[in-house]
Design a binder for this molecule. Structure first.
Ligand code: B12
Length: 228
């Protein structure tokens, strides 16, 4: 079975292939080699993300089961731990204020959030992480307590989009929207979802999302609303 899956792989990069094939040992060996050779840590993560994406496709096609998704998640988490020091060396910046992040109610995916969190801290944001499966009320309370400039709602499940909308509504109803930018993040979000949930910004890429957060705090007046 494994051989059959591997032979169908179209991925060019060996690191992406090892992640897609759930070969943790081989993947981490390549990561370590690339770290030693001073590869860009962002490129290492990008290769792994492509592998994880392939795992999702194989899951949809019934070639992998839940255990495959779990394994892919664990591999990516371990890789992030390996590259984190290099990311921090590359990007530490002066303080930029606080950001509240969390995965919305009904969703427990948190690998993208963890990565986003590391990058935001590297850029000088103080990150308040509410965890996963976070009810709207918890976002509201945290915004009241910390008065952040930005809140990022992470969400990977289409079935949890309504919970994102509900969270945005709750923030609005409590009169906390003024001066606050709401960004939604996840591989399934796009411009349409952003309009649907009435958020201000959306991203499906941590690096891009962090760039937008920087722009929001640095030059809010020149930004178009709802940009990915
Ligand atoms: C790993 C994984 C799991 C793991 C999660 C482990 C964990 N701790 O997160 C486990 C096994 C628990 C899991 C469970 C399920 N999963 Co799942 N899972 C995945 C998988 C393979 C990878 C997700 C991932 O981590 N990607 C890598 C990260 C880095 O990408 P990302 O999350 O998109 O984050 C990036 C950006 O979106 C953005 N970002 C995201 N958040 C944030 C936050 C901030 C602050 C910033 C700046 C940026 C940012 O930056 C990140 C990096 O660029 C995806 C497949 C896929 N291709 O995405 C399926 C997937 C998301 N899962 C899916 C499903 C269906 C499920 C289950 C319902 C399965 C089931 N039948 O039980 C459950 C749901 C449980 C629940 N209630 O949440 C579907 C969702 C389909 C849909 N239409 O909604 C997918 C797409 C698989 C598929 N193709 O069918 N899953």
């Amino acid at each position: 079975m494994k051989e059959e899956i591997m032979s169908q792989s179209h991925l060019q990069d060996e690191l992406s292939r090892y992640v897609a094939d759930l070969d943790e040992k081989a993947a981490l060996t390549v990561v370590q080699q690339r770290m030693k050779a001073e590869y860009d840590p962002f490129r290492i993560i990008e290769s792994c993300k492509q592998g994880v994406h392939e795992v999702g496709i194989r899951y949809e096609e019934g070639r992998y089961f839940i255990a495959g998704l779990i394994m892919a998640g664990l591999i990516l988490r371990t890789v992030i731990e390996h590259v984190q020091p290099a990311l921090e060396n590359q990007t530490r910046r002066p303080q930029k204020g606080s950001i509240v992040v969390g995965t919305v109610a009904g969703d427990i995916h948190d690998i993208g959030k963890e990565l986003g969190k590391v990058l935001l801290s590297c850029e000088g944001f103080q990150v308040i992480d509410l965890g996963v499966d976070v009810p709207a009320q918890k976002f509201v309370e945290s915004i009241r307590d910390h008065v952040p400039r930005i809140v990022v709602l992470s969400c990977l499940l289409t079935t949890a989009f309504d919970n994102m909308k509900h969270t945005v509504n709750a923030i609005q109803e409590q009169g906390l929207r003024s001066g606050l930018s709401i960004m939604i993040a996840g591989s399934m979000v796009n411009e349409d979802v952003c309009h649907y949930v009435e958020a201000d910004y959306w991203t499906n890429d941590a690096i891009n999302g962090v760039q937008w957060c920087k722009r929001i705090v640095e030059k809010p007046s020149v930004l178009p609303a709802r940009n990915g």
